[in-house]
Design a protein around this ligand. Structure first.
Ligand code: 5HU
Length: 139
């Protein structure tokens, strides 16, 4: 399965270790299209060697091509919010992972009836267990 993983870049990189672990785990049996989100070398400036327009269009193409969107939303990010709204608009399946100890999820996400698969977790082990259960049901 092709997976679009969404996580904060310019919204802040404090959860990059979580993104990396989730991406590495998902990549064992799937293809994560947005591996760069979990790259420790990618700073808050983002992919500054690329034009913003290129990044936006490439990512939307990947989002359309994916079978599933997995979004880690604990670090609030405009880009992740945009991707989630786009996924909602085109009817793409979405799994959201959120650590309540880090932030409160936006009402625009939690309040949308489209996002039924919102999962609160505390540890990375818990997040991976949630994903494994959900993804085995999707296959
Ligand atoms: O350089 C980038 N590359 C990139 O793929 N993105 C996409 C993927 C992430 O899921 C999301 C992060 O948005 P933001 O940078 O607003 O936190 O946007 C975002 C940026 C920078 O905004």
């Amino acid at each position: 399965m092709k997976i679009y993983f969404a996580g904060s870049i310019r919204g802040g990189r404090s959860d990059v270790d979580i993104y990396k672990k989730i991406i590495d785990h998902l990549n064992k049996n799937n293809k994560v299209l947005t591996e760069h989100v979990g790259d420790y070398n990618l700073s808050i400036e983002g992919q500054k060697q690329l034009y913003n327009g290129y990044i936006r269009n490439r990512d939307i193409d990947w989002l359309k091509e994916s079978d599933l969107v997995v979004a880690e939303t604990s670090s609030p990010s405009l880009g992740v919010g945009y991707e989630l709204a786009y996924a909602e608009r085109i009817g793409k399946p979405v799994i959201i992972l959120h650590n309540k100890n880090k932030s409160q999820l936006s009402a625009m996400i939690e309040g949308s009836s489209y996002f039924k698969d919102i999962n609160y977790y505390k540890t990375i082990e818990e997040a991976i267990e949630i994903l494994d259960k959900k993804i085995s049901r999707q296959c």
